[in-house]
Write a protein that binds this ligand. Structure first.
Ligand code: SAM
Ligand code: SF4
Ligand code: SF4
Length: 324
């Protein structure tokens, strides 16, 4: 098992397959994708080798992310390939849902275990003003289809934004009465590019946590291998609420994830200063053990937490770079 010098075990990999995105979320890529066209993303063979090494080193879950993973044409090949990797028990995806209605059947057939869909508002106008896209209706249809198909874990991510979607909690909660999903409110994180936006729109999740506890919601016990989200349930609601509060005390003490960006750089933290290039170790299947040793050596340098509370977001300009 991959382990750092603080005894944290890493059984979860977030693997970005592209940093390209077709949305313009105000907190992430307000001007749309501005990457370098000459950039070459990991090939299918390289992705297979990353998964093989992590699977052999004890990783049990891989989340495919981006940028927007569904802009990659070979995503339909990537999902079953990740799923077939020895050691990997769960394959998940995080998506803006742009192509969800047309792709979700294919993903379910390929064995997708978990779908995280980003929906920052249920109001089409607010949704459009945050994401730059007007496809909320299609996206919600795609979500219903995912539920119908029985994808085992379905979560919706909503970033809390003061003055933009903070009037949406009530409709969101009403929606959960009949939706068997987990809706996770994420505290806005400061990145290199969004400092001004962060200062205007950050809302602390603690207020919502206290409100939930005062209004009949109960905090669920954390599984031993759970990540940093806190979950709440209510007897009158089919859905659950999750809270991701990266500025809260001890957020990083349960860190169980590593990240690989779409050009083959390992990020020990979402807010690390720089990525560590593993691409030279992805040239042939024979390099697997060398790659595992490389990972173990670098894990010793993983820091105890992020330093966001000091306004330091490392080298992360926006989360589309690494995969959120
Ligand atoms: N494009 C896909 C999507 O939006 O679901 C996957 C990548 S996106 C970077 C992953 C998640 O990060 C999304 O749920 C998004 O809302 C969230 N995110 C992006 N920037 C963020 C920020 N500055 N603070 C908090 N969450 C952020
Ligand atoms: Fe694209 Fe996701 Fe960033 Fe929105 S949050 S701009 S959908 S990468
Ligand atoms: Fe782990 Fe870094 Fe996220 Fe903290 S901020 S949970 S250390 S990846």
């Amino acid at each position: 098992m991959l382990q750092d010098s603080f005894g944290r075990e890493f059984h979860y990999l977030r693997l970005s397959i592209t940093d390209v995105c077709n949305f313009r979320c105000t907190y992430c890529l307000p001007n749309g994708y501005e990457g370098k066209p000459e950039q070459t993303f990991l090939s299918l063979d390289e992705i297979r080798r990353v998964c093989a090494a992590f699977g052999a080193a004890g990783t049990r879950k891989i989340r495919i992310t981006g940028g927007e993973p569904s802009v990659r044409k070979d995503l339909a090949d990537i999902i079953p390939m990740v799923k077939a990797t020895p050691g990997i028990e769960k394959v998940a995806i995080t998506t803006n849902g742009y192509r969800l209605p047309e792709l979700v059947d294919q993903w379910a057939d390929a064995g997708l275990d978990a779908l995280n869909l980003s929906i920052d508002s249920l109001d089409p106008g607010v949704f459009q003003s945050i994401t730059g896209h007007s496809r909320l209706h299609e996206l919600l249809n795609g979500l219903d289809r995912a539920i119908e198909l029985g994808i085992p874990s379905i979560k919706v991510n909503a970033v809390m934004l003061r003055g933009l979607n903070d009037k949406q909690f009530e409709p969101f909660l009403n929606w959960l009465k009949t939706k068997p999903i987990t809706l996770r409110f994420i505290e806005l994180m400061q990145t290199g590019d969004n400092s001004e936006f962060f200062a205007r729109h950050h809302v602390a999740g603690e207020q919502l946590r206290l409100w939930l506890l005062d209004n009949g919601w109960n905090q669920a016990l954390r599984a031993v291998d759970a990540g940093p989200a806190q979950e709440f349930y209510h007897p009158d609601y089919q859905g659950r609420v999750g809270l991701i509060m990266p500025y809260s005390k001890d957020f990083c003490s349960t860190c169980n994830r590593l990240r690989m960006d779409s050009t083959g750089k390992l990020h020990l933290c979402l807010f690390s200063d720089t990525g560590i290039d593993v691409r030279p170790l992805l040239k042939s299947d024979d390099q697997r053990d060398e790659l595992i040793e490389f990972l173990n050596n670098h894990l010793r340098d993983k820091k105890v937490s992020h330093f966001l509370q000091d306004g330091e977001s490392g080298g992360t300009r926006h989360l589309a770079m690494i995969g959120g």
